[in-house]
Design a binder for this molecule. Structure first.
Ligand code: ZN
Length: 465
């Protein structure tokens, strides 16, 4: 594009969205271009804020014709540096598309626009005595469009699945402006390819999600939580099998904090009070949710007593009041709040077979310490889903050693046939490590899909691969 053509394109795009529908120059707030990972802070050529699917379609049609790259964005809380614009890109924000269109109790579904914040969806479901089970730390600022395009995970995947599993219908716009309207409420729909799955988890590279029909669940009326001190990872793995069998569908979280993280929480996160001594190898938070308070609580206590008798756990702290439950969850959530006390820490999000995790934790520490004997590290995560997070600080130069640390973590993941991303996506940060978890034919098929759906490469270019 010549400078003149580019200026003309920008004027036409502004006309499409009208006066409240764009920002440019110094009017673009940094929240619309600052990368949550600190990788870059480049204002886009133009920030578009469409208020309808038709406007998104009109925008893409023009950008497709002009080969103008577009970076769609949600709440900008992603952790793989995918949404912040690159030099010369136009950003597309959904901050004016945040309507909850319908809550339907008969199909247990909610129809929303892409810009609705996750917390609003949770609250709307709750007001209808229903549950939207997706939950993550950024709930107050992340949007459902971002959750969908990254296939976000979180704390209750063990029971309800990833975002992908919480969608019934989807509307998306293709690179050339074609609207794919799959906004139905049919739970059973085997009419050929499940096209919505192309847009979920593809990080805005195959199409732009504009609206969704979400699957709601009955709202549980009982909640019991316990934290267990456990000595070895072998016991943790056996405990998982035991509670899955014992609690069945009531099991709603199985979160594990390694001893190293537990000590860091105790030392650095003042608002979290750890419930027991720090001499156990692992701390397991188990949650049960159901619909018969008394029965559920009895069953929970029963299952944990058996675990104690079977020498799977050393100590249990049971939380049966809202305050106690909140305290245990605060300790678990504190694992993500350690870095201000320690200094900058790299955060990793990987998945593995559960029976490899004990070895993985030991080996990460061994390989890091071989290079940085003073390294500070912590492991924790959604072990019921095979998902572990690692936080690492190797000294004041931690940022400059990023790639070396990546190589240690992802190299080990490759050896164990794990995934270099479990719930955060690939974005720009992990793309060079994609081949550690995907074979050449798989990546070739991904590229063929990209070529078919976005032949001019205008949708979030350079992300994923
Ligand atoms: Zn997580």
């Amino acid at each position: 594009m010549t400078g003149k053509e580019s200026a003309r394109l920008i004027e036409t795009l502004k006309e499409i969205v009208g006066s409240g529908g764009f920002r440019e120059g110094a009017d673009i707030e940094s929240k619309n271009y600052q990368d949550a990972m600190g990788a870059r802070s480049v204002p886009p050529l133009l920030l578009l804020r469409p208020n309808s699917t038709q406007q998104v379609s009109d925008i893409l049609k023009l950008c497709h014709a002009a080969k103008q790259p577009i970076a769609p964005q949600g709440g900008m809380t992603g952790l793989v540096s995918a949404a912040a614009p690159l030099e010369g890109e136009i950003s597309l924000s959904f901050e004016r598309m945040k309507k909850v269109l319908e809550v339907d109790p008969f199909t247990s579904s909610m129809t929303v626009e892409a810009g609705v914040e996750l917390q609003t969806i949770q609250e709307q479901a709750d007001a209808h005595e229903l549950l939207f089970p997706l939950d993550l730390g950024a709930r107050g600022s992340c949007t459902i469009g971002g959750n969908l395009s990254t296939n976000a995970g979180g704390n209750r995947v063990i029971r309800y699945g990833m975002t992908r599993d919480l969608v019934v219908g989807l509307e998306a716009v293709l690179a050339d402006g074609t609207i794919i309207n799959g906004l139905h409420k049919l739970r059973k729909n085997n009419t050929g390819y499940d096209l919505k799955q192309l847009f979920i988890g593809s990080e805005g590279t195959l199409g732009i999600i504009t609206r969704a029909v979400l699957k709601l669940s009955p709202k549980p009326s009982s909640q019991v939580v316990a934290m267990c001190g456990v000595n070895s990872f072998e016991q943790v793995a056996n405990l998982l099998v035991h509670v899955q069998a014992g609690l069945g569908a009531n099991l709603s979280a199985f979160e594990v904090i390694w001893n190293n993280t537990y000590k860091l929480i105790d030392e650095h996160v003042s608002h979290a009070t750890v419930p027991m001594t720090d001499n156990y190898g692992f701390y397991v938070l188990i949650e049960s949710m159901g619909s018969h308070a008394e029965k559920d609580s009895d069953l929970f206590i029963d299952v944990l007593s058996q675990a104690s008798e079977g020498k799977l756990i050393e100590e249990v702290i049971l939380a049966d009041s809202d305050t106690k439950i909140k305290n245990l969850w605060t300790v678990r959530d504190a694992a993500a709040e350690i870095y201000p006390g320690v200094g900058y820490m790299h955060t990793y999000d990987v998945s593995l077979n559960v029976d490899d995790m004990g070895y993985f934790g030991d080996e990460v520490e061994k390989r890091l310490r071989a290079v940085w004997p003073q390294a500070i590290l912590g492991l924790f995560g959604h072990i019921g889903d095979g998902n572990v997070h690692i936080i690492i600080h190797v000294g004041p130069q931690t940022r400059s050693f990023h790639l070396q640390i990546d190589e240690i973590i992802y190299g080990l993941i490759q050896e164990l046939h794990g995934a270099v991303s479990a719930e955060h996506g690939i974005g720009l940060m992990k793309k060079q490590f994609l081949p550690y978890s995907k074979s050449e034919p798989e990546i070739a098929l991904m590229k063929a899909l990209k070529q078919t759906m976005d032949p001019r490469g205008i949708l979030n270019p350079g992300r994923v691969f």
